[in-house]
Ligand binder design. Structure first.
Ligand SMILES: NC(=O)c1ccc[n+]([C@@H]2O[C@H](COP(=O)([O-])OP(=O)(O)OC[C@H]3O[C@@H](n4cnc5c(N)ncnc54)[C@H](OP(=O)(O)O)[C@@H]3O)[C@@H](O)[C@H]2O)c1
Length: 266
């Protein structure tokens, strides 16, 4: 039987790379995309910028021309911007959403026609616990991931009749290049947010550096791809992070905010 084909974006490092490696070893034909186009001994690399319509359309067309189909996609490419919402230039905020929201939308739109034509497929989208809980001083990262959550939930109704299943993966803190790649909005000495933002960002960076291993996400992704009835959403990460997201749903919101402030030293 022919091997199934998966496209993973953001495969040069971190979560995407761990997923590409694991799925290759479990028998998938993996095409791993990123701007730098990293390849590996085991899976095929592809240069693709998810911010760019032509780059995504061409990349997906090339995969279909070579392999004949795309059975699954993991739209995972991303980076983060940090700083006070008020101090973040609109251009930086838009750039953030361009990659983590519109980048995923471009990928989905590019693969859907062939998935519908072949009678099914799997769409996995890397969201974040930051797509469930607003993260202070990462407002536009949270905004982009919240948008992804709403988009995927809505779009899933539309594509399910064609046999296409959609799952949002919601990681907590993972040790990847994400922390080093974060774009920081510079703050000045008289910035009224400086003390709070430095404190909160320091705490979040510490949690990321002590985060879980991205191979945990890869295990979850493999399980989802093998599942006949994948869930719409799946959180993956340390227990306290998953409990935090559930607490937001269950607790009075003011109480939840109070404990979030305390944990970030705000
Ligand atoms: N690490 C965490 O704690 C964490 C938690 C929750 C969610 N996430 C999400 O997980 C996903 C992967 O992040 P990671 O932690 O694995 O970070 P990472 O190690 O920095 O990997 C990010 C990947 O995205 C690619 N990328 C960035 N912008 C791109 C673009 N415009 N077009 C194509 N590829 C692009 C990067 O490659 P190039 O630079 O070569 O393009 C890289 O392969 C992101 O969506 C992130 O929001 C991460």
């Amino acid at each position: 039987m022919d091997k199934k084909v998966i496209l993973i974006t953001g495969a040069s490092t971190g979560i995407g790379r761990a997923c590409a490696d694991r799925l290759h070893w479990s028998g998938w034909t993996v095409v791993g995309a990123s701007r730098r186009g990293t390849t590996s001994d085991s899976w095929q690399g592809l240069s693709m910028d998810v911010d760019n319509d032509a780059s995504v359309e061409q990349g997906v067309a090339d995969i279909i021309a070579e392999h004949g189909r795309i059975d699954a996609v993991l739209a995972n490419a991303g980076w983060g911007v940090a700083g006070a919402a008020e101090a973040t230039p609109i251009a930086d905020a838009k750039a953030q959403v361009e990659t983590i929201f519109w980048g995923a939308v471009r990928i989905v739109n590019a693969v859907l026609p062939s998935m519908r034509h072949q009678g099914g497929g799997r769409i996995l989208l890397t969201s974040s616990i930051g797509g469930l809980i607003g993260i202070p001083f990462q407002a536009f990262y949270s905004a982009g991931k919240f948008a992804l959550e709403g988009y995927a939930e809505s779009m899933a109704y539309e594509v399910e009749p064609f046999g296409v299943h959609v799952t949002l993966i919601e990681p907590g803190n993972f040790k990847t290049d994400f922390t080093a790649s974060r774009r920081m909005i510079p703050s000045s000495v008289d910035d009224p947010y400086r003390v709070a933002s430095e404190k909160a960002i320091r705490t979040m960076e510490r949690d990321e550096r002590n985060g879980a291993n991205p191979s945990d996400v890869a295990k979850v992704v493999e399980r989802l791809l093998n599942s006949a009835k994948p869930p719409r959403r799946l959180m993956v990460g340390k227990r306290n992070e998953r409990v935090g997201a559930v607490a937001k749903r269950l607790m009075p919101f003011r109480l939840f905010e109070k404990s979030a402030r305390k944990s970030l030293g705000l």
